[in-house]
Design a protein around this ligand. Structure first.
Ligand code: FMN
Length: 321
């Protein structure tokens, strides 16, 4: 997610779940091909499995970008066919590609020919006045022909006319049944559902109908929820016993990054929701928000913030809830 799932965020999320697939922010082919690649694409080996999400619509540029990402060590290439922003539309990629299924197929075929790692697509159930039944089936058929390895479907139409991208995050309503029907129509295609999944428990209910579930805002805004992913989805123990333990585990990374010149705030902004709903959460957030932005702020800020969160039992009850 743009501005959110940068490498610091992903490193932190990986402490909370060993198994969930993590995704980069959308990176345009222009940025991959002509930008500061080392800065844009670098990630910590601990982040695996991690997918690079590309934005673009030129098969050649996508193939080359996919190859570069694969060489960087990413585990999956994902093509964005769901972003509704104006800037993205002008570049003829993102959600407007829902109207050009043959081109999306060409893009996927070109990327598949360029890399050995899985190539996946994240799309919407439709755009604007598109018939979400026929058009989504058509897109899926073309993607299967192109060799796509999986499809992630945000179960909400993208509205390119008349709604801002922000409004479009909650309007029009979600239609999970449309994604379930797609899975029934394409049983051999791996399909994950996305949109409005508020908890890992909620994600589990989707798995009766589809192969995977992607969490966006809930994972970012309340990262403690990720501690339930390995136990509830994969039947494996949680990597850490509590959100507090996650902060402790994050400290060596934070120290390393501080030494490289990364500002504390660039890392701590991703952990503000870690104690959401438990006693001391507000003081924890406030402490970080005011202290981490100060010049020279170091890990003492994190330790100080942790001191505000007193009730470890409540944290655990929260995870089990
Ligand atoms: C701040 C923000 C940035 C986002 N950036 C991306 C992005 O780069 N690529 C993408 O496929 N979706 C992006 N999305 C959409 C989410 O991936 C997701 O599809 C959407 O928020 C619905 O899922 P959720 O209800 O679990 O958040 C973004 C959403 C938000 C709130």
């Amino acid at each position: 997610m743009m501005e959110w799932t940068d490498r610091h965020c992903r490193f932190f999320h990986r402490l909370l779940t060993r198994r969930a697939q993590l995704y980069t922010e959308m990176i345009t082919t222009g940025a991959v091909l002509r930008g500061d690649r080392a800065r844009l694409l670098a990630f910590d080996p601990a982040e695996h499995p991690v997918a690079a999400q590309l934005g673009g619509s030129d098969p050649k540029a996508l193939a080359e970008s996919a190859r570069i990402c694969a060489d960087f060590g990413y585990d999956e290439i994902n093509l964005n066919v769901g972003c509704p922003s104006d800037r993205v539309r002008e570049g003829r990629f993102g959600a407007c590609l829902m109207a050009e299924p043959a081109l999306v197929g060409e893009c996927v075929a070109a990327m598949k020919a360029a890399v050995r790692i899985p190539v996946t697509v994240k799309c919407r159930i439709g755009i604007d006045s598109q018939d979400a039944e026929a058009s989504l089936d058509t897109l899926a058929r073309m993607l299967v022909t192109a060799g796509v390895d999986a499809l992630i479907v945000h179960a909400r139409k993208a509205w390119l006319d008349g709604l801002s991208p922000k409004e479009n995050r909650d309007i029009p309503p979600l239609d999970y049944d449309r994604v379930y029907r797609l899975k029934r129509a394409f049983p051999a295609l791996s399909i994950a559902i996305n949109g409005g999944i508020a908890s890992v428990e909620h994600a589990v209910t989707h798995l009766a109908h589809v192969d995977g579930a992607m969490m966006g805002r809930a994972a970012y805004q309340e990262p403690w929820r990720l501690l339930a992913v390995d136990p509830l989805i994969y039947g494996a123990p949680a990597p850490l016993p509590s959100p507090k333990a996650a902060i402790e585990a994050f400290l060596p990374y934070v120290e390393r990054e501080l030494a490289r010149g990364t500002r504390l705030h660039a890392m701590t902004r991703h952990i503000l929701g870690l104690f959401h709903g438990v006693p001391g959460a507000r003081a924890f957030r406030r402490h970080i928000a005011t202290e981490a932005v100060k010049t020279g702020a170091g890990i003492a800020v994190l330790r100080g913030a942790l001191g505000h969160v007193v009730d470890a039992r409540a944290e655990l009850a929260h995870i089990a809830a």
